[in-house]
Ligand binder design. Structure first.
Ligand code: ZN
Length: 349
């Protein structure tokens, strides 16, 4: 027994070093590339950092850090720093300095520190072939440039300083009408209303939204009266509110029904003018059959103390109009038309 144990111990002593050596051997077999070139300079729109490496298939990952100090980290797999300097000062409006760190597991990290007061940046990478005559190795060029500004929301004149209540019809437990391919009225009315809000806010108007997400305004399981009154209440609570605009899509059992129409409550000449101007602009921009300006006793119009109009943008139950209504460009077009209609309401006599 003792002899057997001794034998086992001995064989372990012989086998163990091989077993331990195996993973290390595998790691050593990974090709380790060497960074062999560094250059940085300004191009017409970026600060360019060129890194040369003796393998064009080198893998890397780009990370942006914004917490303690704003920097971009480019992490090269299976590489060593080679002869490159560890610290490289930069004369740039974008980049403050660059540090090149090497980790024990053969990662080389380029820490590109950004100037603290510089805004958000993006990185573009270009591979550049080796140029033997110029003694230049294969390089990766990292262009660091200011993130392009978001396009400004379009705006209209004449609404500045005015307060407008926007009511995206339906939402939450109530999808409203549903088109043949599944587009819901509630999603279209929300998208158009949000586009309209952006335009109006960019134009200096104040807006109040009865909802700005997919929710019931009163809450689920409310009666129609409770839900619609909750929308009216948003307008009544908004100080200085001048106009209540409710946005809907039409629906009918016959899929051929089509076109746009606008509504107001009989008896208010200001509401009639509002519905007429919205109708003219929707007709011009939307290009759908104009079913006219109509009177109705819709709850949100009847119970609002300010001039109110309800617009039916098109029929979500008509396949062609359903496709248009779900198209973001068309939604934006309709929102612009409504903004122009509101602008005319405030400026024209
Ligand atoms: Zn509706």
């Amino acid at each position: 027994m003792q002899a057997l144990k001794k034998l086992l111990f001995l064989s372990l002593c012989i086998l163990l070093p091989f077993a331990l050596a195996a993973p290390a051997e595998a790691a050593r077999q990974q090709p380790v590339h060497t960074l062999n070139y560094f250059q940085s300079y300004a191009t017409k729109d970026a600060w360019r950092v060129e890194i040369g490496v003796n393998a064009s298939d080198v893998k890397y990952e780009i990370r942006q850090k914004t917490l303690l100090r704003k920097e971009i980290v480019i992490d090269f797999d299976d590489t060593v720093r080679g002869e490159l300097k560890q610290h490289i000062a930069q004369k740039s409006d974008v980049v403050k300095d660059i540090r090149i760190d090497e980790t024990p597991d053969h990662h080389t990290e380029l820490h590109i520190a950004l100037q603290p007061d510089f805004g958000e940046v993006e990185v573009r990478v270009t591979a550049i072939d080796a140029d033997r005559r110029a003694h230049l190795p294969f390089r990766l060029a990292f262009d660091i440039y200011p993130k392009p500004a978001e396009p400004e929301a379009p705006s209209v004149d004449g609404v500045k300083g005015h307060t407008i209540v926007l009511d995206a019809g339906h939402g939450g437990s109530d999808t409203g009408a549903v088109g043949p391919s599944g587009v819901t009225e509630a999603s279209v009315t929300l998208a158009v209303t949000q586009d309209l809000q952006r335009i109006l806010e960019a134009s200096g108007a104040r807006t109040a939204m009865t909802r700005d997400t997919d929710v019931d305004v009163y809450g689920p399981n409310a009666t129609d009266g409770q839900e619609l009154q909750a929308r009216v209440d948003v307008g009544e609570r908004t100080s200085g509110a001048e106009v209540f605009l409710s946005i809907h899509c039409n629906a009918f059992s016959n899929a051929n029904a089509n076109g746009m129409e606008t509504y107001y409550c009989a008896g208010s000449s200001r509401a009639a003018r509002l519905a007429t101007l919205l109708n003219e602009e929707l007709s011009r921009a939307g290009g759908r059959r104009n079913r006219g300006v109509k009177t109705a006793n819709f709850y949100v119009m009847r119970h609002s103390s300010m001039p109110a109009s309800l617009v039916e943008l098109a029929f979500v139950t008509n396949p062609a109009e359903e496709a248009l209504l779900s198209d973001p460009d068309y939604q934006q077009q309709l929102a612009m038309a409504l903004a122009i209609g509101l602008s005319r309401y405030f400026t024209e006599r």
